[in-house]
Design a protein around this ligand. Sequence first.
Ligand code: PLP
Length: 340
Amino acid sequence: MNFSSDTSAPAHPKVLEAVLAANSGLESSYGNDRVTRCLRGQLATVFGTDDFDYWLTASGTASNALALSCFCPPTGAVLCHAGAHIAVDERGAPEFFSGGGKLHLLRGPDGKIGPAQLDEALARINHDFVHETPAHVLSLTNLTENGTAYSVAEVTDYAARAHASDLIVHLDGARLGNALVSTGASAAEMSWQAGVDVLTFGLTKTGAMGCEIILLFGKAREKKRELEARAKRSGHMPPKMRYLSAQAEAMLADGLWLDLAAQANGMARKLADGLVARGVSLAFEPQGNEVFAMLPDDQVTALRAAGAVFYPWMGGSQRFVCSWATEDTKIERFLSVLDA
Ligand SMILES: *Cc1c(COP(=O)(O)O)cnc(C)c1O
């Protein structure tokens, strides 16, 4: 009954098969290999456009920090939610990679930036006032850190407001698949069509071994060379990139990534419904593969004693994360512990 994180899940067998299939013959290095080049066609299909560039890394933190550093100068700031992964879970990587860029933390319920908070922050930007740190980027996360989803309409609205203040829009999509399944939106609708300029597209939590893709859309493509240079300098230019790309190839083929995200979301739904049916209240409406439950201490103790693994979260809730590998029977057993 391991609900600690979707990173606890194994990689999907098809990912390993693709890695094995890529493991033959000599290949060009540093992203010039056949597998990485073929990925362009798949990404073009998934995102419904040819107007993009891409880069692969093995961690979401590296992807976020590299992506943000291309758009936020050392004297600038990134607007993000106070609970954003870039703010609380990356040990200062965005600030480090940008050479001192500041994160400007915004509030809002359910892990989402509030519209008024965004407007207030945008109105404060003043490049002529030397003492304040002007924002250059708006960073949104979908699925959010509270397991809620921004709709396409919300992302579109926020991106338009940010663009009106000359900001670049970054989307942290470590759980993009979960958000797409839950909102019914396509990858195109939730990214460049909504105004997202740079996307960190996570496949690790969805079912890869370790594969995250940075996508630069449209005008953001002018940062391609800078992104590559920063990747090299920071040690994120894997010589044998074909093995990262093979993972992405397997995940994107036939929509496997969305099937796995749907599976994870379905398990979270089942867990959430079971908790609510037993009178447990949820801290947030589950719109992906994460459930945040307000469990009394005695139930937490009983669940832990029965072998359930999960973490306490901010605000007094307990976080339960489901993945493609979460089994029905584990959820049933978990709920039976509560019944007992
Ligand atoms: C997991 C996660 C990441 C990436 O984390 P890594 O452990 O560095 O791969 C980034 N953003 C969000 C919202 C996440 O949940």
